[in-house]
Design a protein around this ligand. Structure first.
Ligand code: FMN
Length: 447
């Protein structure tokens, strides 16, 4: 791919083209732990491995790279951090915002999207950091706005527990509003750089925002230079309140949904929310998250699926530790061979529902875990052709915008997935072969 190449005329390539990205669910954390290639020639704490990965994403024609983040060492499962730490799951983890400049310096077109917590970042700090980073790039920046459901995280920020689920979204609405007001507190032409008159910026074009809301009081103006373009907003909440937030504000909704019907109704609900808030629904791209394992033959896929469905103790602990953290419910207390009771949470509601629906209602916890391991969760096992068949058919039936591959970003994972899927995606005309020069938002609106 030649980054300098002109944008194709939209009509010549928009038919059937999908958006693809990569979601690193381990964040700026330990990459490749538990795989045979772990740490071969790389150190997850250093930026080089991520730079190598984003270069490959860009060359492959992916639109964006999203970096998960969390703010705790989880110890909900069995009231212990043993599994989190032994499996390097959620911890240790470094701050993704510090990694962003390295990723921007390695790429020109790929969207770089760190996670920002609307619950814990002061909006002035977020607006300033993101504005600074956007100036390093060619309009490549995004921000994954999350509401941080964890009580453990809340306890790192002076609270006893996280505030109520829907109130967190009210706070996130105000957070986004304040950040945007701060970005707009400088008119785009406020910097005049008039050397003759000795005027760098025109004070008449820079105004305080005087925001006084329910959650934040911010005077403004922001003290950074005005933005060439506001970062692309990404959001992943799936509860009704989360979808309303995505529809109202997001350029990209990350989605976990079950089956073609679940995906279609997810996408339709986000688009309906966008229309209800006066936005063009085509300006919210719904990207479904999927963890691919690429194998060489259908027989190998079957074999691997059966192997994974058999569940090792490590896999059981890994899945239960994760869902315990994400739901703030200790899953150690449930009998693996009893039906999972109906559960509710003040934390990640969409994620809990997605977990429980991996097997039919009334299934035991073990059956749910087994189905998820075997590819009925957000994972898929298959040959490149099988996986691309699935992507193509699903998108056609859902009317979909595209997919996010999730996984580590160590070289063997990245190459293991992309080197085998990209040629097939290209042959079928599903993946872009060049970028325009309009930045991430323009790329997302190409088709
Ligand atoms: C695919 C996906 C990725 C997410 N990434 C993060 C993340 O990096 N950090 C985080 O705190 N929450 C993350 N979340 C959580 C949400 O963005 C959201 O704030 C929370 O799940 C509440 O969602 P709900 O509306 O489903 O209850 C993610 C959720 C999904 C489905």
């Amino acid at each position: 791919m030649n980054p300098q190449s002109a944008r194709y005329a939209a009509d010549s390539y928009s038919q059937g083209m999908l958006h693809f990205g990569w979601f690193v669910g381990h964040g700026f954390g330990v990459q490749g732990w538990g795989t045979p290639g772990y740490s071969l020639g790389y150190d997850w704490k250093r930026p080089e491995i991520y730079q190598e990965a984003v270069r490959h994403f860009e060359r492959s024609g992916l639109d964006l790279f999203i970096i998960e983040d969390s703010l705790t060492v989880p110890d909900t499962y069995g009231a212990s951090s043993e599994v989190s730490l032994a499996q390097a799951s959620f911890a240790p983890k470094h701050d993704p915002l510090a990694l962003v400049p390295y990723l921007l310096s390695a790429t020109k077109n790929l969207g770089i999207v760190p996670t920002v917590s609307a619950s814990f970042y002061p909006p002035f700090t977020a607006a300033r950091l993101l504005a600074t980073l956007q100036h390093f790039s060619d309009r490549q920046l995004g921000w994954n706005v999350v509401t941080s459901g964890s009580d453990l995280a809340a306890q790192n920020y002076g609270l006893d527990q996280q505030i109520e689920h829907d109130i967190r979204y009210e706070k996130a609405e105000e957070f986004v509003d304040v950040v945007r007001k701060l970005w707009r507190s400088w008119q785009p032409d406020a910097i005049v750089e008039d050397v003759k008159r000795g005027i760098y910026a025109d004070h008449r074009k820079v105004e305080p925002i005087h925001h006084r809301g329910e959650f934040f009081r911010v005077r403004g103006p922001l003290n950074t230079a005005p933005l060439p373009e506001e970062p692309v907003l990404v959001q992943a909440g799936a509860s009704p309140r989360g979808r309303a937030f995505a529809g109202g504000h997001a350029d990209v909704a990350l989605a976990l949904a079950r089956g073609v019907d679940g995906m279609r109704s997810y996408r339709e609900s986000i688009r309906a929310e966008a229309a209800a808030s006066g936005r063009n629904p085509d300006h919210v791209k719904v990207l479904f998250v999927l963890k691919p394992t690429v194998v060489s033959s259908p027989a190998e896929a079957e074999e691997l699926r059966a192997q994974r469905e058999a569940l090792t103790q490590r896999d059981i602990d890994s899945q239960l530790n994760s869902i315990s953290y994400l739901s703030v419910i200790d899953f150690k207390k449930f009998d693996l061979d009893e039906p999972l009771p109906k559960l509710s949470t003040n934390s990640n509601q969409g994620t809990l529902e997605h977990f429980a629906s991996a097997a039919p209602a009334g299934a035991t916890l073990r059956e749910i875990l087994s189905k998820r391991s075997g590819g009925a969760g957000d994972s898929i096992i298959g040959t490149p052709e099988q996986i691309v068949d699935y992507l193509e058919q699903t998108a056609a039936e859902v009317g979909g915008d595209g997919f996010l591959f999730s996984g580590f970003v160590d070289p063997s994972t990245v190459h293991g997935v992309l080197d085998r899927l990209v040629p097939v995606l290209r042959r079928r005309g599903l993946l872009r072969t060049s970028f325009g020069d309009g930045g991430l938002r323009a790329n997302l609106r190409d088709f």
